[in-house]
Design a binder for this molecule. Structure first.
Ligand code: FAD
Length: 376
């Protein structure tokens, strides 16, 4: 019988980890991959759906197409985790294993921001899909894209959102009747890369988009159409597009695995304090951004470590904390930033101006994962 590995969460991290284990070990391993959803959706597809560039059905990647030797993908909801015995209870049954990998991502804590549940957010699939019908009805007034807490997934995404909103309003001939403001709890749009931040700030300036750094939305009053910021000031809006505060899923917190909001890990090996239990992706406190490309990097490190342990030879590679983020500048222009968190004394980001190569890179990024994970 092969080693039993249970992977909780079939997102960026869980899909990549299970794929690598299957590729290297095949039937020598029994991977049980558990997710409560029936399909995977790339984070950036949410922006495409909300701005009407595509429809949800076109970007949902059903898990039934994830078929790998040695891997069972179960549609179950994780209800309890015992990291000491590596015993997982779901709505369907109990799973025991030799190695447990927690990859349940970040949840949205709507309750942390009073009033947020009464307005629109674009970070969930359902929220982005709802906005598809809302945005075409917005033709005048003040649009506020407001982030309710850091860390949040994909740091450039709120900046992309305001630039894409600008484009949509220009296309409909109503931009001069609208104002756009971005409220961000960071000092700049992409802090590890001053060059990228400079390019985004210039893009905001050119388009008359107001940027409010170092502020977070603390409450929303949908009745008065007023967003309250953490400095006590208020911002009147006609359209509010929120990014909820993020948190670790409650089931992981209840398992006693969370400290200061996230699961503490050795940032290079992704080991938790519990023997043979790893945490990867958005849920893990690695110090790197919450983004798919980083979740994948962490998955690679854990895959190589598990493969080495199961084969009884070699060593795993360490998580490098580096990755490329693509940034939609609007008008179909895509820039990119290569971020590196661990090589030097502080994080760095190398900016690449929007060009054809970046568009091709982004298309390849999505297409290659679709092919690798889902055979599509
Ligand atoms: C608008 C937006 C744009 C983005 N753009 C990019 C981008 O361009 N590039 C990039 O790299 N990243 C981007 N991201 C970020 C990226 O989507 C996430 O960082 C990435 O998905 C994290 O991977 P993960 O595996 O840690 O978690 P996830 O992909 O979130 O996967 C977690 C999985 O766990 C499952 N789950 C949770 N709780 C339970 C439970 N109790 N029981 C069973 N299953 C459960 C969920 O269903 C989910 O499938 C973007 C995100 C957003 C919101």
């Amino acid at each position: 019988m092969g080693a039993r590995i249970t992977v909780l969460g079939a997102g960026f991290a869980g899909l990549e980890l299970s794929t690598l284990l299957s590729e290297s070990l095949g039937a020598r391993v029994q991977v049980t991959l558990i997710d409560q959803s029936d399909a995977f959706v790339f984070g950036y597809s949410k922006l495409d759906v909300m701005f009407g560039r595509t429809v949800l059905d076109a970007v949902r990647l059903p898990y039934r197409n994830f078929v790998k030797p040695g891997v069972r993908l179960l549609r179950e909801s994780v209800r309890a985790i015992d990291p000491v015995t590596r015993r997982v209870t779901t709505d369907v049954g109990i799973h025991e294993c030799d190695f447990l990998v927690v990859a349940l991502g970040a949840d949205y804590d709507l309750a942390a921001t009073p009033g947020l549940a009464d307005v629109d957010e674009f970070y969930s699939v359902a929220g982005a899909n709802r906005l598809r019908d809302v945005l075409p009805t917005f033709a005048q007034g003040h649009a506020v894209v407001g982030v309710c807490g850091a860390p949040y997934k994909c740091p450039p995404a709120p900046s992309e959102c305001v630039l894409m909103l600008h484009d949509m309003l220009v296309g409909r001939g109503v931009r001069d009747r609208c104002e756009i403001t971005l409220v961000l709890p960071l000092p700049s749009p992409v802090p590890p890369s001053p060059e990228t931040s400079k390019a985004l700030l210039a893009a905001f300036d050119e388009r008359g988009i107001r940027f409010m750094p170092n502020r977070r939305v603390a409450a929303v009053d949908a009745g008065r159409r007023m967003a309250k910021l953490d400095d006590g000031s208020e911002l009147a809006y006609d359209l509010f597009l929120g990014v909820p505060k993020h948190r670790a899923p409650a089931v992981v917190e209840a398992a006693g695995m969370v400290e200061n909001g996230w699961v503490p890990v050795n940032p290079r090996t992704l080991e938790t304090p519990f023997p043979n239990v790893y945490a990867i992706g958005d849920i893990a406190a690695t110090g790197t951004p919450k983004a798919g490309v980083f979740a994948e990097g962490a998955a690679k490190a854990v895959a190589t470590a598990l493969i080495a342990r199961i084969r009884g030879q070699g060593e795993g590679v360490l998580y490098g904390g580096a990755g490329t983020c693509y940034i939609e500048f609007g008008a179909g222009r895509i820039g990119r930033v290569d971020v590196d968190f661990f090589s030097g004394p502080k994080p760095t980001g190398t900016y690449h101006e929007p060009d054809i190569a970046s568009r091709e890179h982004k298309e390849h990024f999505g297409a290659s994962r679709k092919a690798r994970w889902f055979g599509l």
